[in-house]
Design a protein around this ligand. Structure first.
Ligand code: EPZ
Length: 417
């Protein structure tokens, strides 16, 4: 088991270059198999989620060539077969193979995806979209077989703007007969990244990034190139680190608009940030105002940043609140912050953070990816040594986190026990 050990208190100064977005890349890699020719994707982050998806592609018979942050995928040798449970349950994003295999071969067989334990995380909206396009779904325990004699364009309303369902339905619809409309679609930038890649292959997708996306089915998809957009959640996490203990910490190679909601909340707190064209420079301030945050789909405050932000809220003078509207179990980090000296009242949908608190290093556990990020941030600012266990969660979503933080002055190392 891997753990991260941090000796807190070091000021962070210098530049952190942000990597390609995990939540784009994990959709772009499965989407590649839709092409009838080779595809190339640049700025792929070097994280275990991508390795796991590449293993699935190779299992299916595709060739996958990785050169630094470039990946070249040749899907022409793929044969459609059931994706093994052990591979499918390693990460939630394996479910994008459902949409891609269904879209290309009209058949997909795989197991319910894995992912962080932050809630029930059903895939009913994905399956609803597939069925509305004419697919039949057979479920045996957590194995799904999805088959369609013909995939027809359909008008699909999403009961909630699900990121995964929006992307998965797009993948299934690009070669369907007729036009599919997704209403109440999610608007996250990662969706635009995937739609652009598919359009580069010759798909006819319009409206990605808005609530209504139309996909006009085409017969063939050809070679294509795309670049993964910068990871807005990684960027936000390091901006928060700078507000905690930075001195002109530069978070570089980002699209600031993608973290507008965070930057606005930090300004409301009185944080010292300056926003450039493709970077943010942030420093610690003596005092911070408390704030109230409610998580929402894009462009609202992202649920993936509420846990990292909670560490900063422990430093605010007064009572801050975080209301989580996307997941039902995303406060597992708070009890560990309390063990480190925070004063957080936890209810099922909302937490109440009284500050400011002095955090003291402890042995804590990463229960999920962003909870782990929250605890790493806490270790950076806590007195003494913090050990974060189960950090495989963190390494899945933050490329070279140890190196990036050491390069700006943190005292942090990865340990295997
Ligand atoms: C994506 O998950 C991200 N993961 C999540 O990031 C992110 O938190 C989430 O979008 C919301 O922004 C990836 O992109 C790989 P959803 P996804 O479908 O697609 C419910 C991280 O830390 N729902 O938008 O699974 C679901 O239970 C991860 O990087 C249904 O009810 O999120 C949840 O409560 C964590 N039925 C809500 O919608 C469905 O069919 C949002 O889910 C699908 C979802």
């Amino acid at each position: 088991m891997k753990r991260i050990i941090i000796n807190g208190g070091n000021t962070l100064k210098g530049t952190i270059k942000i990597s390609g977005a995990k939540n784009s890349a994990v959709a772009l890699v499965p989407a590649s198999l839709l092409s009838d020719e080779k595809v190339t994707i640049d700025n792929i982050p070097n994280i275990s989620d991508i390795d796991n998806l590449n293993e699935i592609l190779k299992y299916l018979g595709a060739s996958v060539e990785r050169k630094e942050d470039r990946i070249i995928i040749d899907p022409t040798t793929i044969e459609n077969k059931a994706i093994p449970e052990e591979a499918a349950t390693k990460l939630r994003a394996s479910y994008y193979f459902m949409g891609a295999l269904l879209g290309k071969y009209k058949k997909a067989t795989m197991y319910f995806p894995g992912g962080c334990p932050i809630g029930a995380r059903p895939i009913n909206l994905h399956l609803k979209g597939f069925e509305m396009m004419g697919a039949k779904i057979m479920q045996e325990q957590n194995k799904y077989t999805i088959i369609a004699d013909e995939l027809k364009g359909a008008n699909i309303y999403l009961d909630m703007p699900s990121v995964g369902a929006t992307i998965n339905i797009m993948l299934a619809a690009v070669k369907a007969n007729g036009t599919t409309t997704i209403d109440n679609a999610a608007k996250e930038p990662e969706i635009v990244n995937v739609a652009t890649f598919l359009n580069n292959m010759g798909a006819k997708i319009r409206g990605a990034g808005t609530s209504t996306i139309t996909i006009k089915g085409v017969k063939e998809l050809h070679h294509a190139y795309t670049e993964v957009i910068p990871d807005r959640i990684e960027a936000g996490t390091y901006v928060i680190a700078g507000a905690l203990i930075g001195n002109q910490l530069k978070i570089d190679n980002i699209i600031p608009e993608h973290i507008d909601s965070l930057l606005e909340k930090l300004k409301e707190m009185g944080a010292d940030i300056s926003v450039g064209v493709d970077n943010v420079i942030v420093s610690k301030t003596d005092r911070l105002n408390p704030i109230n945050v409610t998580t929402l789909g894009y462009p609202g405050f992202p649920t993936d940043l509420q846990q990292p932000l909670t560490t900063l809220l422990t430093k605010c003078d007064g009572l801050s609140t975080v209301k989580e509207t996307i997941y039902e179990n995303r406060f597992c980090n708070a009890k560990y912050l309390n063990e480190m000296g925070a004063n957080i009242k936890i209810t099922d949908k909302k937490i109440y953070v009284n500050g400011p608190s002095e955090l003291v290093g402890k042995e804590v556990i990463a229960t999920d990816l962003r909870a782990g990020a929250c605890l790493v941030l806490a270790g950076l600012v806590a007195k003494g040594t913090t050990t974060v266990k189960n950090v495989e969660h963190v390494l899945r979503g933050y490329e070279n986190i140890i190196e990036k933080l050491n390069n700006v002055g943190a005292n942090i190392k990865l340990d295997e026990i």
